[in-house]
Design a protein around this ligand. Sequence first.
Ligand SMILES: [Zn+2]
Ligand SMILES: [Zn+2]
Ligand SMILES: [Zn+2]
Length: 275
Amino acid sequence: MELRYMGTGAAEGIPATFCACPVCKEAARRGGREIRTRSQALLDGKLLFDFPPDTYAHYLTHRFDLPAIERVLITHSHMDHFFPQEFELRGGDFVHDPPPLLHIYGNDKVEQVLMAALPQGGEASSYRFVFHLLKPFERIDAGGYLVTPLLARHDPSEACLFYLVEQGDTALLYAHDTGIFPAETWDFLRSAKPRLGLASLDCTTAAFKEGNNHMGLPDVVLVREKLLEMGLAGGNTAFVLNHFSHNGGLLHRELCEKVRDLGFTVAWDGLSMVF
Ligand SMILES: [Zn+2]
Ligand SMILES: [Zn+2]
Ligand SMILES: [Zn+2]
């Protein structure tokens, strides 16, 4: 499998939309890997993770075939992961030659904000999409990938999800806006025993410990150790850190320095991982 990171920032991006703190100023000055749009990734050119407001910019920058995408897994309803106003553009005069049916997967809150974003009385069929309501730990087949939504410890007002995606003898854990995983999720992983080729972990708070809403370096070190101890990860597992905020206080170059001996790769907009 190949995972392309198209956006690697938290809600506000880096530089943050309206911020002039030292991190944002320096990121804007340096450009390149210091610029982080809102988090979105693409598996094998066809399975999208999340649909942030930067999706259109990712389409232009990373040249993936957005009109042909048939499946998108949404983690939760926060604006940096789901920008449903864009889906109106799948109907009416906004599109010629109707695109293929888009399968949108997510929790009940995602469904609510999606339907509320359509023009009044709008129906999914007019916009060539179908919504699939996911339940934590109930595995589905999404275009040949076995996908299990896992429960995150993030915003308690909704069932925030993250994803285990299995194909053949390898698996991807795409885990952002998770906090340290709750007990039910560890129990599931212990019994499912996926062989992780890639574990993509939340590192929103960078150097700072967090664990309840997001994660920082002290938290991802614990999660990595636990995945290794449980035998879900091994010498061939890539660990990637992703979804960074300026509140973590570190530039990409500084993060790379900090994790040099910890066994992590620091994501950037454009990173491709093959596993
Ligand atoms: Zn987020
Ligand atoms: Zn800032
Ligand atoms: Zn969130």
